[in-house]
Structure formats: structure tokens, C-alpha cells
Design a protein around this ligand. Structure first.
Ligand code: DP6
Length: 330
């Protein structure tokens, strides 16, 4: 019972920030993201009745105990659905820097949800795949789809109405996300820990929640109307507001490093010179720069020289998760 799936990472434009249920991973607010063509993970999952434990290999090495336990918790949900107790061997390979604030868990759990349910012949539709992937990592709910995606927070306690849907397919808008990478080291405060601290303590968290629904309405409309300026302005504002909540937490913290701010200033200068682009930062120091395709290379050059920027990549709207014939071909 084996299957292979490929999933792409995504970056939120209107951020998911805070949970109302930690174990089901139900968010306090909805979110909107862009799936990224150039950042992906391929995962092979095999279940076998004779295996005693789950195994996880990531990029050729045994996974940490924490990652393995998290995966086993997730696979237990899949095993319950399939009514089996077979253990799994999972091999995953990708090009997304891990635990650095580049949404590596979004592609990891979208691929794992897709491959594990296919291996057990569960044949879930995309809505149910999104509900399942969400329980591995919230942002993974969105990576089930390609292009521009909205994850509705839902109202129900059991999470059956908290899933993502497609807003705009990857080929229908010529936008790019230029990503300036500050460093590959794991971050000090994970997004999971950071958002929990913010929900529990930030003096700005209520204000964050009060503005998200308007941001979602306006961003959704902007995507449907291909209104780049409005989408860019909301994206940048959502970033500033999310990071303000970390500064209002107790104890306060900040994901930005010096090069993060340098890149943001460069984005402002580029705009002043008529190159329209907008900054987005997740739970780490890297900066995504939303722009039109035609400007991506110029923006890439403009931020490459900034001290502390290790690498810059240009990403385009990417595809939905899909089943692969084999691990090698993927
Ligand atoms: C800042 O999806 O990594 O990137 O649900 O705890 O696994 P868990 O968190 P995760 O958080 C992502 C937070 C964010 C914003 C976003 O992607 O919407």
C-alpha cells in the first residue's frame, strides 16, 4: 500500500495567526495565500502490517524525534479514517528550507495528507484533503490547491467547515513572489509557539482580529478582479499588523532581522521609482516581495546585493497537490 504525492509551499497574503483549537488546528481568522511553483516537496508513504513503528526520512536523513512524533499523531488520524493500525515508512524530499519561516510545513503536510490517503485508498476530495492537511499544519490546508487560495476559518467546533478553496488558478494571473532569504538556520520561535503566545498575551491581538475580515473581503475581491495594487497594499498591511502582535506579546519577540528591514526599505524605494511591489514576512526573517512578472528580475537584482541576504529566488503561482507515479520521476 504505497503512494507518492507532490505539494507546493504557499505564502500567506492575509496571514493565519492564532488558533482557537490547538489539537484540531482551527484558526482564529481566515487567510489567503499564493501557492509557489518553485518550492515543493515529494513524499512517498508506504503502509505495511508487519512494521512496528512509523519511520520518517527527510532529505536523506532520519527525522528528529519531534518531527516523527508529530507525523505519527497525524498518521493516527489517517489510520482512524481508514480503520487500520498499519504503520508507515515515509520518505520526503524537497527544496523548501525547513523550520525557517518559509512555510515548509505547508507543503510537507499537504503532500503527506495526499500520499497517505491515496496509499490507503481513501480517495478524499480536495475539501476533505484540506480538512485533513489542516490537522498537520494549518497552512497546509491551503497548499492542497494551486494559485490563489482562501482558507475559511469556519464556525463549527469539529472543524468540518474549516478548509481551503481556490480563488484564482495559477495560470490566470501573471504575478511573482521574489523571496529574499536571510539565512537557512532554524528559527528561535516556531510559528506554532509564536502564535500561541500572541493569542494568550498580546495587547494587540484583539485589534488584529478586528481588521482581518475586511482584509479578507478586500483581498478576495482584488484577486477576483486581478487588482494588483489593492492586493499588494493589503498583503503588506497584513504583514505589519501580524508582526505588531508579536511586539505586543509578553514576553515580546520579533521575527525580523536587520536584513529583513533593509529589504522592506528597498521595496519602498523601488515603489518610489515606479516599480510596484509589496513586502510580506511570515514567522521568520525572510521577505517575500509580491510583484508583476515583468518586474521580478529587476527586483531580484535590487535586493540581491543587500548585506545578509543569502539567496534570492523568483517564484510564480504554483499548482495544486498531485499524485506522482514514482518518487524518482517527481
Ligand atoms: C505566519 O501553518 O506553520 O506563516 O498550524 O501551527 O503548523 P501550525 O502553523 P503554520 O503557521 C503559519 C503562520 C504564518 C502565516 C500563514 O501562513 O498564514
Amino acid at each position: 500500500m504505497r503512494a507518492v504525492a507532490k505539494a507546493h509551499a504557499n505564502i500567506a497574503l492575509v496571514k493565519y495567526w492564532g488558533k482557537r483549537n490547538e489539537s484540531l488546528i482551527l484558526p482564529m481568522n481566515g487567510s489567503i495565500s499564493m501557492t509557489l511553483r518553485e518550492l515543493s516537496v515529494v513524499t512517498a508513504v508506504e503502509f505495511h502490517p508487519r512494521w512496528q513503528t512509523d519511520q520518517l526520512i527527510i532529505n536523506g536523513s532520519d527525522a528528529s524525534r519531534t518531527d516523527l512524533e508529530r507525523m505519527t499523531r497525524f498518521l493516527n488520524i489517517v489510520r482512524d479514517l481508514a480503520q487500520t493500525d498499519w504503520r508507515a515508512h515515509v520518505v520526503s524530499r524537497g527544496n523548501v528550507p525547513l523550520a525557517s519561516g518559509l512555510a515548509s510545513s505547508s507543503s510537507a503536510y499537504a503532500a503527506l495528507a495526499t500520499a497517505s490517503t491515496e496509499a490507503l485508498r481513501l480517495h478524499l476530495d480536495r475539501t476533505h484533503l484540506s480538512i485533513l492537511a489542516r490537522q498537520g499544519s494549518g497552512s497546509a490546508a491551503r497548499s492542497i490547491y494551486g494559485g490563489f487560495v482562501e482558507w475559511t476559518k469556519g464556525e463549527r467546533d469539529d472543524g468540518t467547515d474549516s478548509y481551503a478553496r481556490l480563488l484564482c488558478s495559477p495560470d490566470s494571473w501573471d504575478l511573482s513572489m521574489v523571496i529574499a532569504i536571510v539565512g537557512y538556520g532554524a528559527k528561535k520561535i516556531s510559528s506554532r509557539e509564536g502564535m500561541a503566545r500572541v493569542v494568550a498575551t498580546s495587547v494587540f491581538y484583539r485589534d488584529w482580529l478586528n481588521t482581518v475580515d475586511d482584509d479578507l473581503d478586500n483581498a478576495r475581491r482584488a484577486i477576483l478582479q486581478r487588482d494588483f495594487t489593492t492586493l499588494g497594499q493589503i498583503t503588506e498591511a497584513s504583514t505589519y499588523k501580524m508582526h505588531a502582535t508579536t511586539m505586543g506579546a509578553s514576553p515580546p519577540f520579533c521575527y525580523w532581522q536587520a536584513p529583513t528591514l533593509e529589504v522592506i526599505h528597498q521595496v519602498e524605494r523601488l515603489r518610489d521609482h515606479g516599480i510596484e511591489c509589496y513586502a510580506s514576512v511570515d514567522a521568520g526573517p525572510h521577505v517575500g516581495i509580491l510583484c508583476k512578472d515583468v518586474n521580478a528580475h529587476r527586483i531580484c537584482e535590487a535586493v540581491s546585493g543587500i548585506l545578509g541576504i543569502a539567496h534570492v529566488l523568483i517564484t510564480r503561482p504554483g499548482p495544486e497537490t498531485k499524485i506522482e507515479e514514482s518518487f524518482n520521476e517527481a
